[in-house]
Design a protein around this ligand. Structure first.
Ligand code: FES
Length: 114
């Protein structure tokens, strides 16, 4: 599965079992529940996580510690989520972020009639 190391010479075999599916820009990829989102994306060869506001230049993991914000993406409709320190949950919807990102509009609710 992608770039994952299944049998590490020092750490041994990868024994994780809880695979889930997450959606990234409309494409479904496998991930381990509880691993950082950025790790799951890297394992699936996804390296561009956002694009800069002015020049639309690609950005990806830089510090991997939650400090630099190069890895921010829109997660479940919420922009500016640091994917290097945010853990995968089942059925997450993740989008590459353009610039400062946009909040997904909430669906309009029907007005109650009295
Ligand atoms: S890579 Fe720096 S905050 Fe995520």
């Amino acid at each position: 599965m992608g770039l994952r190391i299944k049998n590490h010479p020092i750490l041994g075999r990868d024994l994780r079992k809880d695979m889930v599916s997450i959606e990234v820009d409309g494409k479904v990829i496998p991930a381990y529940e509880g691993e950082p989102i950025a790790a799951a994306l890297t394992a699936s060869h996804i390296k561009v996580l956002r694009k800069t506001k002015k020049r639309k230049e690609p950005r990806g993991i830089f510090c991997a510690r939650g400090i630099c914000t190069d890895c921010v993406m829109t997660v479940n409709g919420t922009p500016n989520i640091r994917t290097c320190v945010t853990l995968v949950e089942k059925s997450m919807k993740i989008e590459t972020q353009e610039g400062l990102g946009k909040w997904r509009e909430k669906p309009k609710q029907a007005k109650k009639k009295i």
